[in-house]
Design a protein around this ligand. Structure first.
Ligand code: SAH
Ligand code: SF4
Length: 390
């Protein structure tokens, strides 16, 4: 199958990182400017906003009006909320902030994959990728406009093949910054995003609390209104958080970056496998599938002479059967500075044939936009380079 969709990765590079911190990353107060101490208006639920407004002496029902301006009318500031009393607008101005992401660069054009480089309020940058119509990948319906979003600046998990982990982890994105990527991409493109994949920079489940609030806002009818089944969370395999996500009522889809169906192969390229080996991961996957009554997807990057033998394919058949998972194979996207390469097509075909013969539901993504995508990797790297030079 040919498509430019499915994996917007391999070309996202991080800012220089600080040490790993498992914290949930609501920003600390030290050193923050007064503007940053304000709460992001893109990170509040109606219940929370009602409580805040009541506390500030305003009627609670105004919260619904405020959120209507934010999400239905998509205004950029409180001044535009013309049906609200001036005193309320002043109060909102004082306590809340529109943390709009700043678009630094856009690559691509209408009808093809577009990549946005966004600057966050502290100067860190993340990329989001807008992928136009393509056949269904994760959802049931055809994927219309799918946005691939980031959840962290950098990544602490250090998978050996991935650009995001190269320079470590800087920080978690706030809920407002996660939601902000969708709002900004929609504003920039003039189109509504119908599907979301959390496959940008970072490990979504390591930013669980912020991710959960962002998901609530993205899914809510009063918010961005994207159906849960049109949202896919991709994880490198944090077993406890997979279970935690399974407990939540929202029917989001789960994609697990497997990339190795045997421990000895997987832990060679994914250090997280030492913490959560395949047995634990597969148990958690089974739990998720069972709780949500859903089939999960295993992502499997094909890397030449690392995980692409027929023996690997047979092992993948076993684990896919065990969890009744779909498999999405992705020929590796070259990352500058890393030696890994994709197998030649005949080898990819032989690998796929093993899966198909065994009756596993499997697709392979041969991305047309490989070169454009690679150029996009340079986009962030080039733009970041002066800022991160030591
Ligand atoms: N941290 C999460 C989500 C972001 S990565 C995770 O690991 O799942 C999204 C997907 O892109 C993962 O399957 C990841 O393994 C894959 N990926 C990373 N680098 C890649 C590359 N160079 N080529 C192809 N896919 C890549
Ligand atoms: Fe890259 Fe995901 Fe691994 Fe992080 S967890 S290094 S984003 S593949």
């Amino acid at each position: 199958m040919e498509s430019g969709s499915g994996n917007c990765r391999g070309f996202l590079t991080p800012a220089r990182g600080r040490a790993f911190d498992e914290g949930f990353g609501f920003r600390k107060n030290e050193g923050m400017s007064p503007a940053e101490l304000k709460e992001s208006i893109h990170a509040v639920t109606p219940a929370h906003l009602k409580e805040r407004l009541s506390g500030l002496g305003h009627p609670a029902y105004r919260a619904d009006q405020v959120l209507e301006w934010v999400y239905s009318k998509r205004v950029d500031g409180f001044a535009a909320m013309t049906n609200l009393p001036a005193a309320l607008r002043a109060s909102l101005e004082e306590h809340f902030v529109f943390h709009a992401l700043e678009t630094v660069r856009v690559l691509g054009a209408e009808d093809i994959t577009r990549k946005y480089l966004f600057r966050l309020s502290d100067g860190a940058m993340v990329e989001s990728v807008l992928i136009p119509a393509s056949p269904a990948l994760y959802g049931e319906a055809s994927d219309r406009r799918t946005l691939c979003v980031s959840t962290q600046v950098g990544c602490a998990y250090g998978c050996k093949f991935c650009a995001s982990g190269l320079d470590g982890w800087s920080r978690n994105l706030t809920p407002g910054e996660i939601v902000g990527q969708i709002l900004q991409a929609e504003k920039q493109s003039g189109e509504r995003v119908s599907n979301l994949v959390f496959m940008g920079m970072g490990e979504p489940l390591a930013n669980f609390k912020n991710l959960s609030l962002a998901l609530e806002i993205l899914n809510a009818p009063w918010g961005v209104g994207i159906g849960a089944r049109r949202i896919t969370i991709s994880t490198s395999g944090l077993a406890p958080q997979i279970r935690e996500l399974a407990e939540q009522s929202m029917q989001v889809r789960l994609a697990v970056s497997l990339h190795g169906a045997r421990n000895e192969v997987r832990q060679q390229i994914m250090p997280v496998n030492r913490k959560y080996p395949l047995e634990d991961l597969l148990d958690a996957c089974e739990y998720y599938a069972e709780r949500k009554k859903q089939r999960i997807t295993f992502e499997y990057i094909l890397i030449r002479e690392v995980n692409d033998t027929l023996e690997d394919a047979k092992a993948l058949v076993e684990v896919a059967r065990r969890v009744d998972a779909k498999v999405n194979c992705i020929p590796y996207n070259k990352v500058e500075g890393l030696d890994w390469v994709r197998p030649e097509e005949s080898r990819q075909d032989a690998f796929m044939a093993v899966l198909k013969r065994a009756g596993v539901t499997a697709t392979i993504r041969r991305e047309k936009g490989h070169d454009i995508a690679a150029a996009c990797g340079q986009l962030r790297r080039q733009t970041m380079a002066p800022a991160v030079a030591e």
